[in-house]
Design a protein around this ligand. Structure first.
Ligand SMILES: [Zn+2]
Ligand SMILES: [Zn+2]
Length: 245
């Protein structure tokens, strides 16, 4: 009897949701003023305005790659990036930049599923090699309390669900640091050194980690986080971000 009632409750709920979606089509989470097709994450105008990345990408950093070279000039000249591969969903400019700022600084967490869906799709298309576990770049606990959430953690959990992988908060910030966005390339490197610790004991050993953050700019933050995971004997670290600067 209970199973019969729960089946009918589910059917009724699904039917009401469908009927409601026909009366009130869902709004686009970016412009909030146009209904979007039920199957799409955003309306057509916003989908066209989100800054895409080129199809031909450097497998090491996820940036543009010219000619027949296997990687971009930066990576070929030995930039200090300890991860295997980096993939991003969008270029960090225009509407994408605005949307990342809304997610990160203005509490617009409704944008996380949109980014996570694009990130999972980008990883499935451009990612190389298998991964075992998704790990977010952490915020310092004080910053997380003030903000109320960690955007990288939201993205990592949703991406993990899409990719059918576990999500583990193995990293923590052991000291506060100035915000990277306000610093130049060299200052970012100094600012982030020694900021992370791995609180996972022996669990990272031999695991292939997909490290998730909102934006890859110089790679200083992701590089430092990857180094800590490799010191904890992770077998490999790759990087997935919503946007690439
Ligand atoms: Zn829109
Ligand atoms: Zn590169």
């Amino acid at each position: 009897m209970r199973a019969f009632l729960s089946t009918w409750r589910r059917r009724l709920g699904g039917g009401l949701r469908t009927a409601w979606a026909e009366v009130m089509p869902p709004l686009c989470p970016l412009c909030r003023c146009r209904p979007r097709p039920a199957a799409a994450a955003v309306c057509d105008d916003c989908a066209a305005a989100l800054a895409g990345l080129p199809e031909r990408r450097c497998p090491r950093c996820g940036g543009a790659r010219d000619g027949i070279l296997a990687a971009c000039a930066d990576c070929l000249h030995g930039s200090d990036r300890p991860w295997e591969h980096a993939v991003s969903a969008y270029a960090f400019r225009g509407l994408t930049r605005e949307a990342v700022h809304r997610l990160k600084y203005r509490g617009d967490t409704a944008l996380a599923p949109l980014f996570a869906r694009s990130m999972a799709a980008a990883w499935e298309r451009h990612g190389r090699g298998a991964v075992d576990v998704v790990v977010p770049v952490p915020l310092h606990w004080l910053r997380q309390v003030r903000r109320g959430y960690n955007q990288a953690d939201l993205l990592a959990r949703l991406v993990a669900r899409q990719l059918g992988l576990p999500c583990e908060s193995w990293l923590r910030r052991c000291r506060r640091s100035a915000q990277q966005a306000h610093l130049g390339r060299e200052a970012r490197q100094t600012n982030i050194q020694g900021v992370f610790a791995c609180g996972c004991g022996p669990r990272a050993k031999g695991r292939r980690v997909l490290l998730v953050d909102d934006v890859l700019t110089t790679g200083a933050t992701l590089g430092e986080a990857a180094r800590v995971l490799l010191t904890a004997e992770a077998a490999a670290v790759s990087v997935l971000t919503a946007a690439r600067g």
